[in-house]
Design a protein around this ligand. Structure first.
Ligand SMILES: Cc1cc2nc3c(=O)[nH]c(=O)nc-3n(C[C@H](O)[C@H](O)[C@H](O)COP(=O)(O)O)c2cc1C
Length: 206
């Protein structure tokens, strides 16, 4: 792939190899090598991803890392059939969720607007839209941060969200969005790269 030479003179562009690792060569993984992911690396992924922007700094994402056979067994009944084996084999599976009570934290997270919490109170549609939008953005930051640290990802939406929510988030307002297997992927088990839409099909220059 030809990388456009559009570097702004006064800005540092990341290296081509880094672009390849984050996007151009990065793949969605289905098979996993038997290499553990230390808890410290999970923490580092979050400590990087948390700086990605969210509207009103809402940060609704909530992450649950399933690292043990017992934790995976709780997830298994809710997985789509095609997602069972790869999820059981992955060193870690993250439940990427969002908290519909995210606005309770706004007095701390958005202190320059004393009414930030009030913007959302009593407005369930606005809460849900904001949580899904920003939780999904943060989920994407999470994937890119994991890739930046050298890990591979396998995101999945083929599961029973309501079942997972009852199993892991009962009594809370946390709702699952997608799952993400994490580890060192087996490159022999990726599917053929599917085409991407080109610039002209997707982008409008006005
Ligand atoms: C939110 C999300 C949900 C996905 N759900 C599944 C899934 O349930 N099962 C699966 O095998 N792949 C799933 N995928 C993988 C996509 O099919 C894959 O990322 C896409 O085809 C691009 O593949 P590539 O990254 O290897 O180019 C999901 C990806 C994303 C981002």
């Amino acid at each position: 792939m030809m990388l456009a030479d559009t570097t702004l003179a006064e800005r540092r562009r990341i290296e081509d190899g880094d672009l390849r690792q984050l996007f151009l060569d990065a793949r969605t993984h289905n098979g996993w090598l038997d290499k553990p992911v230390p808890d410290a690396v999970l923490a580092e992924i979050y400590e990087i991803a948390k700086f990605g922007p969210t509207s009103m700094n809402t940060q609704p994402i909530r992450l649950t890392f399933l690292r043990t056979a017992a934790a995976k067994a709780r997830l298994r009944p809710y997985l789509g059939p095609a997602n069972v084996d790869k999820t059981m084999a992955a060193p870690v599976t993250a439940i990427v969720a969002h908290d519909l009570a995210f606005h309770e934290h706004l007095p701390k997270l958005f202190p320059h607007n004393p009414n930030a919490k009030g913007v959302f109170e009593g407005k369930p549609a606005l809460i849900e839209t904001t949580a899904i939008r920003n939780g999904s953005l943060q989920g994407a930051y999470f994937i890119i941060a994991a890739r930046a640290l050298g890990l591979d990802c396998g995101p999945m939406s083929g599961f029973d969200n309501a079942g997972v929510d009852a199993e892991f988030f009962a009594g809370t307002q946390v709702k699952s969005n997608f799952l993400c297997n994490l580890g060192c992927g087996d490159h022999a088990k990726v599917f053929a790269r599917s085409p991407r839409l080109d610039f002209a099909s997707v982008c409008t220059l006005l």
